[in-house]
Write a protein that binds this ligand. Structure first.
Ligand SMILES: Cc1cc2nc3c(=O)[nH]c(=O)nc-3n(C[C@H](O)[C@H](O)[C@H](O)COP(=O)(O)O)c2cc1C
Length: 198
C-alpha cells in the first residue's frame, strides 16, 4: 500500500503535524511507502469553475498550472490518501478546501472527457479540534463521505484527537497509540480497482 498524507494546517509543526508522526512511523515500520505533503507552503489557487478539465481526457487537465499538479501525481500514485487537517469553522482549513475543490479534473463527469483518474482509492481523515470529536468533526467527515460516494472512492474512517493542552495533547501515549492503531487498520485494507495515470 502506498500512502499519501496531505497535511492542511497552516502550522507546519504543531498539533496536526504532530499527530501525523506516529501514524507515518507505523506505516513505514510495516514496510509500506508514505509520502507527506504540506499545503501551507504550496501555491494552490481556488478552482475557477471553468469546467475546462471536463474536456481533457486521460489527464488532470486543469488550466491553472500551480502546485496542484505534483499533488495530483502523488494522488494518482497512492492507494490510500489521508486528509490531515485541523478543524477550522467546522470544516477543514482553507488550504485543504482549495486543494479539495481542485479534485474536479480527477473526475470526468460533465464534459466530453469520460472516466476517473482516482476511482477506487481509499480516503481517510486525521483531524485535530478544540471541541469534542462528534461536535467538531462531523460536518467535515460528512462532506468527505459525500465526496467519496460521488467520486467512487472508498471512505475508510477517521482518527482525531481533541486539542486540550496544545501540542502536549498530541504527544500522550494514548494519542500516539491511537494514530498507530489507525495506521494498522488502514494497512489491512486492500485497494480495489486502482486506475492508472494515462
Ligand atoms: C481559525 C480557527 C478556527 C477553528 N475552528 C474550530 C472549530 O470550528 N471547531 C473546533 O473544534 N476547533 C476549532 N479550532 C481549533 C483547532 O482545530 C485546534 O486547535 C487544532 O488542533 C489546531 O491544529 P494545528 O496546531 O495543526 O494548527 C479552530 C482554530 C482556529 C485557529
Amino acid at each position: 500500500m502506498k500512502f499519501l498524507v496531505i497535511m492542511g494546517s497552516p502550522r507546519l509543526d504543531q498539533n496536526t503535524a504532530e499527530l501525523c508522526k506516529p501514524f507515518m512511523e507505523e506505516v513505514k515500520a510495516s514496510g509500506s511507502e508514505v509520502t507527506y505533503i504540506t499545503l501551507a507552503d504550496k501555491k494552490i489557487a481556488p478552482c475557477k469553475g471553468c469546467w475546462a478539465c471536463q474536456n481533457v481526457s486521460g489527464e488532470y487537465g486543469c488550466p491553472q498550472k500551480d502546485d496542484m499538479y505534483p499533488i495530483v501525481e502523488e494522488i494518482i500514485r497512492a492507494d490510500c490518501i489521508v486528509l490531515a487537517t485541523p478543524i477550522y469553522t467546522w470544516y477543514c482549513t482553507a488550504e485543504m478546501k482549495a486543494m479539495l475543490d481542485r479534485y474536479y479534473g480527477l473526475n470526468k463527469f460533465y464534459g466530453s472527457a469520460q472516466g476517473s483518474l482516482w476511482k477506487g482509492k481509499i480516503i481517510a481523515i486525521i483531524a485535530t479540534h478544540g471541541y469534542t470529536q462528534e461536535y467538531a468533526v462531523q460536518p467535515f467527515e460528512l462532506g468527505i463521505k459525500r465526496l467519496c460516494e460521488h467520486s467512487g472512492l472508498i471512505y475508510a474512517g477517521l482518527y482525531s484527537v481533541r486539542d486540550e493542552h496544545d501540542l502536549a495533547s498530541f504527544q500522550t501515549p494514548e494519542a500516539m497509540d491511537g494514530a498507530r492503531a489507525f495506521a494498522r487498520f488502514l494497512l489491512e485494507m486492500e485497494p480495489l480497482g486502482i486506475v492508472p495515470y494515462i
